[in-house]
Ligand binder design. Structure first.
Ligand code: ADP
Length: 395
């Protein structure tokens, strides 16, 4: 059978990220981004081989962008596109794995929208446009939350009245599942262990960040909760704060729910702490030049990350390794070494040269000799979505 081609689509409210994945090649055949959709400045950018190109789509919506994409994809796939994999942020308790998209699953994704009001409707727009444009292709939904449906109840329940869980779905769901799953499989391969018989701590550190405890290929705990705001310090998200902060700000400053929500999601995290930037690269540069806000933001980020990893260890029977991934995890020797320095009780220590070497897509073990395994593993959510789509095509 010739190697198959899967188009992977990640739809935001005004953007579409896409990649054409061929199962035999590690590089994407075609990839790109449509952005500012629905505005006069809507534009489609793409990259094929070494060549980049773009096309203005004034006023174009999701459907218009996908329509323009169609001949590009068909050309790059040699006319042989086998399926489409869609990233869907929230699958609630309905979805424990990827699923084929049909009337029944579409309805279930719609029903989950209240749990992810910003993300699921945007994901659905992409799915609906793709169904109209490619009615004869198998299309698959891959959920950020599905991997964490294996959490035990003591890890996913909040200590709030039971009816809030029963009637309103208030529980911890977790996100970044596709990434944690992908890197834990790769880590097991790199270590020569069976995925089904290994235990990992994983730190996905990008603009959004989360930790995960993975035992025998299953998520057992994770730092994000009902929403992606819980847990670590992120680019612009606060992560954990005292749950009474909402009430405190409302009472003392008269802030509305919307103001507090925007502050915690958009003005906090690395940006809020540093007063400078949400971007770790910029903060590392500013820290070099002695910027106090950037220095503090990095210290808080690493300490809170280490604390989260230590708490995740409660879910592990043993530790086969700590995995760093995401833009920061894959590229920042500084963040890795500062984080590990807070985990001395786990006997973790890094090899300085190996830590410096693993950047820009280079994977590898970075622990010092005789210390527990620490791996840098570049994530590839698009490939994992394509693999899930291929598995359902074959099933
Ligand atoms: P997203 O969550 O949007 O997919 P990424 O996984 O691409 O984000 O991660 C983005 C983060 O990675 C940014 O904070 C960026 O500064 C950081 N990053 C990328 N390269 C480096 C680097 N060389 N050193 C430190 N941080 C980096």
């Amino acid at each position: 059978m010739p190697a198959r081609n899967i188009l992977v689509i990640n739809c935001g409210s005004s953007s579409i990220k896409f990649a054409l994945v061929n199962e035999a090649h590690s590089q994407f055949t075609l990839s790109g981004l449509a952005e500012r959709l629905g505005s006069p400045d809507a534009v489609l950018h793409w990259q094929r081989g070494g060549e980049k190109d773009s096309l203005m789509l004034p006023g174009g919506d999701h459907r218009a962008a996908l329509h323009q994409l169609l001949p590009l994809v068909q050309g790059a796939a040699g006319g042989k596109l086998h399926g489409i994999g869609h990233r869907v942020v929230h699958g609630g308790e309905q979805f424990t794995a990827a699923c084929r998209i049909d009337a029944h699953s579409l309805q279930a994704i719609r029903a989950t929208a209240p749990l992810a009001p910003l993300h699921n409707p945007a994901n659905l727009q992409g799915i609906e446009a793709a169904l109209k444009l490619f009615p004869n292709l198998t299309q698959v939904a891959v959920f950020d939350t599905a991997f964490h449906q294996s959490l035990p109840e003591h890890a996913y329940r909040y200590a709030v009245p039971e009816h809030l869980y029963r009637d309103h779905g208030v529980r911890r769901y977790g996100f970044h599942g596709t990434s944690h799953r992908y890197v834990s499989h790769r880590a097991a391969e790199m270590a020569g262990l069976a995925t089904g018989d290994s235990s990992w701590l994983s730190a996905h550190l990008g603009n959004g960040s989360s930790t995960c405890a993975i035992v025998d290929g299953q998520s057992r705990d994770t730092s994000m909760g009902l929403t992606p705001l819980e847990g670590l310090v992120m680019g612009t998200r606060s992560g954990d704060v005292d749950p009474n902060l909402h009430g405190h700000l409302a009472r003392t400053l008269g802030w509305s729910l919307e103001q507090i929500d925007a502050m915690l999601n958009k003005d906090s995290g690395l940006l809020g702490l540093s007063g400078l930037s949400n971007d770790m690269r910029s903060l590392e540069q500013a820290r070099e030049q002695g910027h106090p806000g950037a220095t503090l933001a990095i210290e808080v980020f690493c300490y809170r990350l280490a604390k989260s990893l230590a708490s995740m260890s409660c879910a592990l029977p043993q530790l086969d390794g700590l995995i760093f991934t995401g833009g920061i995890g894959e590229n920042s020797p500084l963040i890795r070494s500062k984080t590990v320095s807070h985990l001395k009780l786990f006997n973790l220590a890094l090899d300085k040269e190996a830590n410096a070497r693993c950047i820009r897509g280079v994977a590898g073990a970075i622990q010092a000799h005789g210390h527990p395994r620490v791996l840098v593993v570049p994530t590839n959510e698009e490939r994992q979505i394509a693999l899930d789509t291929l598995a359902l095509l074959t099933a």
